[in-house]
Design a protein around this ligand. Structure first.
Ligand code: MRU
Length: 360
């Protein structure tokens, strides 16, 4: 991602410190959060300093590697030493549980934690290498998704997206926005409608900020404008990301995605999901089994932003005394999805196609 002409990843490892762009501060302030141990990385995931399925996966992998480093340090071990003493495995297993408890829906978190944990059985260095490799794969997968999805975009295309499945939701490039960046760099002229994505406004704050930085023509639209835009023939297709895709193609993504898919079906607008294979969960047969995170009602009651001097304020935007419900994700049934854009091509959302692509 280019910010003021400098390239940044969303998240990276420096020694034993996980560095991440602070997504709670964006787009009003650009700052980097440094997480020095696995507990701080867990907190960064919970508080959404880092967020989005791909970035959460990278963070979880790094957190697991940090736990191995911390366990090794307590024993005065070298990173290349093999094996851990029994009490260290108690520490490691507790750390794994803590990492997995940070956020329940994004499959990438569990995928990365498990892979790094297994590598750590060999040595601390293997855990670090594996976490780094997962972060590198995350970028490579996003670029391939971008290349396959680019075929859908033509001069004049009008594309809608929901939430933020861009650079910030991954280590770089993103899933839903990767085709948009590749098409833009190829010189195609098109327009993106970014749903604002209440309550945390990832579309209005993060997707819009990314598209602006990259110079992509775009407009922020309220979440409830989808039916209006689609009924007027103003949207050619929709691309969203995914937090978890069940074995039958049912897809969990940011709350409000399912509503877009229903409206898209009503008006014949193709609805695509973009996600790497690390988001697929073959152990979950269908979408009804995907755990849906419930977040604080304060995210509904309060909004924040800068005043004219740039000072950030948090203000209440709902009637005091009322309660709120804040499910963070919903599940779009496979029958609403035209295709899933993966790093191995665009596939139909069927159990057979998913099995085949997972087998390579
Ligand atoms: O709650 P978030 O911001 O972590 O939500 C995840 C998402 O960004 C979206 O659902 C996204 O489309 C998934 S892919 C980055």
């Amino acid at each position: 991602m280019n910010v003021n002409g400098k390239h940044y990843k969303t998240i990276w490892l420096e020694g034993s410190t996980v560095m991440m762009l602070d997504q709670n501060a964006l787009p009003f302030e650009f700052k980097i959060f440094e997480s020095r141990n696995y507990k701080e990385t867990c907190l960064a995931i919970i508080t959404m300093i880092t967020r989005g399925a791909g970035a959460i996966g990278a963070a979880a992998g790094f957190a697991m590697a940090q736990a191995f480093l911390e366990a090794g340090k307590k024993q005065g071990m070298q990173v290349s030493d093999f094996g851990m003493r029994v009490e260290d495995w108690v520490f490691i297993d507790a750390a794994r549980k803590e990492i997995e408890a940070t956020r329940p829906t994004a499959r990438n978190l569990f995928h990365a934690t498990e892979i790094v944990y297994e590598s750590g059985k060999e040595s601390i260095q293997s855990a670090i290498n594996k976490a780094q490799q997962l972060a590198d794969d995350n970028i490579a997968d996003a670029m391939k998704i971008g290349e396959f999805g680019n075929a859908l975009i033509h001069d004049g295309s009008r594309i809608m997206t929901h939430c933020n499945a861009g650079w910030l939701g991954f280590v770089d490039y993103g899933s839903a926005l990767a085709p948009i960046y590749i098409a833009h760099r190829e010189g195609k002229k098109f327009h993106v409608y970014a749903d604002e994505t209440r309550p945390r406004s990832q579309g209005a704050r993060l997707t819009a900020w990314e598209l602006y930085n990259e110079g992509v023509s775009h407009t922020i639209v309220p979440d409830n404008a989808g039916a209006y835009l689609m009924s007027k023939g103003m949207i050619d297709f929709i691309i969203v990301g995914a937090d978890r895709i069940a074995a039958n193609g049912d897809t969990a993504n940011k709350i409000g995605t399912f509503e877009k898919a229903i409206v898209a079906k009503e008006f014949g607008v193709p609805f695509y999901v973009a996600a790497p294979l690390s988001t697929f969960d073959m152990a979950t047969a269908n979408g009804s089994l995907i755990p849906i995170e419930q977040r604080s009602e304060d995210e509904v009651h309060y909004q924040e932003g800068p005043d004219s001097e740039g000072k950030i304020h948090k203000i209440r935007v709902s009637s005091p005394g009322s309660s709120a419900l804040n499910p963070a994700f919903d599940v779009t049934p496979a029958s609403f999805i035209k295709g899933i854009i993966t790093e191995r091509g665009i596939i139909p959302p069927t159990i057979e196609a998913i099995r085949k692509v997972m087998e390579g």
